[in-house]
Design a protein around this ligand. Structure first.
Ligand SMILES: [Zn+2]
Length: 605
C-alpha cells in the first residue's frame, strides 16, 4: 500500500534501537536485576512499578498496566502519532524512513509540513538577525536591556525583532509564489482579498514558540512601548500566530521546551501569562516558568505539566481578571489532582506581573512567596467559604452543593478523601463519597487483572501458554518450526486463541529475529495488542532457555497430536459409513502409521 511504512523497516528499527536508552533519556531508569525500573511516567506513584525489559524490548507498568514497545512509549510519552514515533526513532539512529511506493502517507501534506518547519526556522533566524542588524531595532534592544535580559537568555529563547514594515518578511523570505503561500499557511503573512500579502508581525519583539522537539511552530510578538503614541493604535500587547497546521495553542506551552533544556529535574512548573514573564524569570534563574498562549489552561496543558513534574504553580495578577482565571485553572486541574501532586495559586500585588515583580524583589524573595502561596485545598475552600456564609444552614448547603461535584472529579486516593473530610467539617454534614469514574475503571481493571492472573496460575490453556512462551522469547519457536513446516491442520482444532497462535508462528517463521515488542507491534491498535501485552508480562519461575524450548515444543506436539487424533476420528467415522474417498483413505493410513509410531515411541523400554 502506497504511503505505508514497510513492516520490515519497523522490525529492523526496533531491533536497532534499545528501549532502555530511549526511555532512560526521558525517564531515568535504575537497574534492578535483569530489568530496569522507575516510577511510572503515566500514573502517579511513590514506589516504582514501571519496568523496562531489555531482553523483550518492552516496557510494562504493574500499576496502571501501560505497556508497549519503544514506538508505543514515544507515542504515549511525547504524544506522537504512530508514524511520528517511527520518524523520531529513525531520526535518533540517523536513518531515513522509507514509505511504500516511495511516498509518504499523504505525500503533499507531509512534504509541505516539513517545508513549513524549515520555513519557520528561517523566519526565526530572520527575526533574530533583524534584532542585531536592523537600523530601527534600537528601541527593541533598549527595551530588552531595560528588562535586564542578557544576550545569553535572548539566545536561549531565540528572541528576535520584526521591523516596522509591511513587507520586511515578505521580501526576505517570500521569494517565490510557493514560499509566499507557505508563509500565509504558517500565519506569518496575511493575505488580502486582492491576493496581496503583508507581514502579520510589525515592530514587535518576537518570541519563537517551540514544540516539544524544539522546532519553531509559531511566534508570539510583544508590542514595543512607544514613548509618544498610544498603544491602542498599534493593537494588542501580545499577538500570537493563529492556529495553523503546525500550531494548536490549546496544546502548547511557551517555555516548556526551554525549561526541559535547562533543567534535568523539574522541581515544579509555574504557569504565567506572558512570554516576557517566562523570559524575565529565566533571567533570574527561575527556569521553570511556562506561559499559555492567549488561552486559559486546558486539560491537555494540565496533563502535559503533570507528566513532567509533581507541582504546578499558577501565578496570576491579583486583580479581578487574575482571580477569575485562577478559579478556571483550579477547575481544569481537578481531574489531575492525584496523590503526590500539588497545585499552588500565587497572586501578585496589584499592578505587578512576574516580570516586574521579580525585578523588584529578586529571586529569593520571589521563591519564598511562591512557597507561601495557597495550596489547592486552601484556595478551593477559601474561595468557596468566601462565597457562602457558612455560619448559617443555607450557606453550608450551598457550599456542599458547589463543592461536592467538584471534588468528585478528583481521582480516587488519600488527597480526595481528605478534601471530602474537610468539606464535611465545613458543611457539618456526612457525605457518601461518590466513586469517581477513575476509581470505577481501576476497580474493573483490577478484577479483570485478577481474573487474568488466576487464569495464568491455574488453568492456562496449552494454546495460551504457547503464545505466552513465544512472547517471553520469540526465538523459542524456531526449533519447533524447523521440524514442523506444515502446521495448518492445527487450525481445524477450533480451540480459542488458535488463530492467534498460528498467526504468531507464521510471523516468526518469516521473521525469526523479532523481539517481543516488534512482535506485538504487528497488532497495533487492535484489541489483540492489549491481550498480548498482558501475556507478555509473564515471567517464568526459572529462566532456562533450553527448558522453555522443550516446554514449548512439548505443548506444540501435544496440540499436533490432538489435531491428528481429531482428524483420525473424522476419517474413521467416514470409513465406518463407507464414504471415504481414495485420497482420504491414503491420509487415513498415514495417520494410522503416525499414531502407531507415536505410541511405540512413548512406550518405555
Ligand atoms: Zn503506571
Amino acid at each position: 500500500m502506497a504511503g505505508r511504512i514497510p513492516q520490515q523497516f519497523i522490525d529492523d528499527l526496533l531491533n536497532r534501537v534499545d528501549i532502555v536508552e530511549v526511555i532512560d533519556s526521558r525517564v531515568p531508569l535504575k537497574k534492578k536485576g535483569k530489568e530496569y525500573s522507575a516510577c511510572c511516567p503515566f500514573h502517579s506513584e511513590k514506589t516504582p512499578s514501571f519496568t523496562v525489559s531489555q531482553n523483550k524490548q518492552f516496557y510494562h507498568c504493574f500499576g496502571c498496566k501501560a505497556s508497549g514497545s519503544a514506538i508505543g512509549f514515544l507515542m504515549e510519552y511525547e504524544h506522537l502519532s504512530y508514524p511520528e514515533a517511527i520518524e523520531e526513532l529513525a531520526h535518533s539512529q540517523g536513518i531515513e524512513v522509507p514509505y511504500e511506493g516511495g511516498q509518504r502517507p499523504d505525500p503533499a501534506l507531509k512534504k509541505v509540513q516539513t517545508d513549513l518547519y524549515d520555513l519557520m526556522q528561517e523566519t526565526a533566524q530572520y527575526y533574530q538577525h533583524q534584532l542585531r542588524q536592523h537600523a530601527s531595532s534600537e528601541q527593541a534592544i533598549k527595551y530588552l536591556k531595560e528588562r535586564g535580559l542578557s544576550g545569553e537568555i535572548a539566545k536561549d529563547f531565540a528572541i528576535g525583532y520584526a521591523p516596522d514594515s509591511w513587507d520586511g518578511l515578505l521580501k526576505a523570505l517570500g521569494t517565490s509564489a510557493e514560499r509566499e503561500k507557505a508563509l500565509v499557511t504558517t500565519g506569518m503573512l496575511i493575505q488580502k482579498d486582492s491576493g496581496k500579502c503583508y507581514d502579520r508581525f510589525r515592530d514587535r519583539i518576537m518570541f519563537p514558540i517551540r514544540d516539544r522537539r524544539g522546532r519553531c511552530i509559531a511566534f508570539g510578538g510583544r508590542i514595543l512601548p512607544k514613548a509618544s503614541s498610544n498603544t491602542d493604535k498599534e493593537g494588542a500587547k501580545y499577538l500570537n500566530s493563529p492556529e495553523t497546521p503546525l500550531f494548536h495553542k490549546g496544546r502548547e506551552l511557551y517555555g516548556l521546551y526551554e525549561a526541559r533544556q535547562a533543567l534535568r529535574d523539574i522541581p515544579r512548573l509555574m504557569v504565567v501569562e506572558g512570554y516576557m514573564d517566562v523570559v524575565a524569570l529565566a533571567q533570574f534563574d527561575v527556569r521553570y516558568a511556562v506561559a499559555t498562549l492567549g488561552t486559559a489552561t486546558t486539560p491537555d496543558h494540565m496533563q502535559r505539566l503533570f507528566q513532567l513534574t509533581s507541582e504546578v504553580v499558577f501565578c496570576f495578577d491579583g486583580d479581578r481578571a487574575g482571580k477569575d482565571a485562577a478559579w478556571r485553572a483550579l477547575q481544569t486541574c481537578l481531574p489531575e489532582m492525584r496523590d503526590g501532586r500539588e497545585t499552588r495559586f500565587m497572586f501578585l500585588p496589584e499592578g505587578e506581573d512576574p516580570d516586574s515583580y521579580i525585578r523588584k524583589i529578586g529571586k529569593d524573595a520571589f521563591e519564598a512567596e511562591l512557597k507561601q502561596s495557597q495550596t489547592f485545598s486552601e484556595y478551593l475552600f477559601k474561595q468557596l467559604t468566601n462565597e457562602a456564609d457558612i455560619s448559617g444552614i443555607g450557606g453550608r448547603a450551598k457550599l456542599v452543593e458547589t463543592a461536592q461535584p467538584m471534588l468528585s472529579q478528583m481521582p480516587e486516593g488519600i488527597y480526595r478523601k481528605v478534601m471530602f473530610e474537610q468539606l464535611e467539617k465545613l458543611g457539618r454534614v456526612e457525605l457518601s463519597q461518590p466513586e469517581s469514574a477513575h476509581s470505577e475503571m481501576k476497580r474493573r481493571f483490577k478484577s479483570s487483572r485478577q481474573a487474568a492472573s488466576n487464569n495464568m496460575k491455574t488453568a492456562m490453556s496449552p494454546v495460551r501458554k504457547a503464545i505466552t512462551l513465544l512472547l517471553y522469547q520469540p526465538s523459542l519457536a524456531q526449533h519447533w518450526l524447523q521440524r514442523n513446516s506444515d502446521y495448518n491442520e492445527l487450525a481445524k482444532l477450533d480451540l480459542p486463541g488458535m488463530d492467534l497462535l498460528l498467526e504468531v508462528l507464521e510471523i516468526l517463521r518469516n521473521s525469526p529475529n523479532l523481539s517481543t515488542s516488534a512482535l506485538i507491534e504487528r497488532w497495533r491498535q487492535t484489541p489483540t495488542a492489549n491481550h498480548l501485552a498482558k501475556l507478555a508480562s509473564w515471567q517464568p519461575e526459572l529462566d532456562d532457555y533450553e527448558a522453555l524450548e522443550i516446554e514449548f515444543s512439548a505443548l506444540m506436539d501435544a496440540l499436533n497430536k490432538q489435531s491428528v487424533d481429531h482428524r483420525y476420528d473424522d476419517l474413521q467415522a467416514k470409513l465406518d459409513h463407507g464414504t471415504l474417498n481414495e485420497a482420504e483413505m491414503a491420509e487415513y493410513k498415514m495417520l494410522l502409521q503416525q499414531i502407531y509410531a507415536a505410541k511405540s515411541a512413548s512406550k518405555p523400554d
